[in-house]
Design a protein around this ligand. Sequence first.
Ligand code: URA
Length: 244
Amino acid sequence: MERLQKVIAYAGVASRRKAEQLILEGKVKVNGKVVTQLGTKVSNSDVIEVNGIKLEKQDKVYYLLYKPRGVISTVSDDKGRKTVVDFFKDVVDERIFPVGRLDYDTSGLILLTNDGEFANLMTHPKFKIEKKYIARLKGIPTIEDLKKLQRGIELEDGKTAPAKVSMTTVDRKANKAICEITIHEGRNRQVRRMFEAIGTPVVKLKREKFAFLDLTGLNPGEFRELTKHEVKRLRVLAETGRID
Ligand code: URA
């Protein structure tokens, strides 16, 4: 069961706020009856009409995209930049949206779906889904700096949760390094801000893993559908913290 305004919003008919307004204005029917109560719970078998038009029932779909750099993680962009959804135009009919975000300049693994409840499971920090990044750095962090990141570091929006961090490449001549970092939070520009805080800014960032998923077999700009089994494993992981 889901809240009516959420179902209307996820169907792509209106924003959550607009959906609430439509409900309050008496423009929404559930199984033929006008409903004006915000927060009314509906199930998949309920017939919902907005302004006399039935909400289409879409199958739930789940995709994994290798996002290239220079692409924005939204459904549309008022500045006309390429979005992650543009890769699916003419191929996928469902109204999909990205699960969380990657910065414009970050490449790597991002999921897209039309399943709002699944997206919430994957992004809510309490479900602790791990994301692994490869960060190319300007400068070389000290062991003590890396320990700070491992323990959690104070940023302007609070202390980060403990992270797994390892330095895989050091180039002393060129004064640069590569680190792998795994976090389960998803704050805005978090990895970049973490490395900035220890004085070794990120010059290139790629998300290599999301939970147990990786980019095997994909080039930048390519995507594949998740298998039913993968979707199930992701749900179980979020709900129980275990993979199998
Ligand atoms: N952390 C960042 O700084 N950027 C991303 O795109 C993802 C995580």
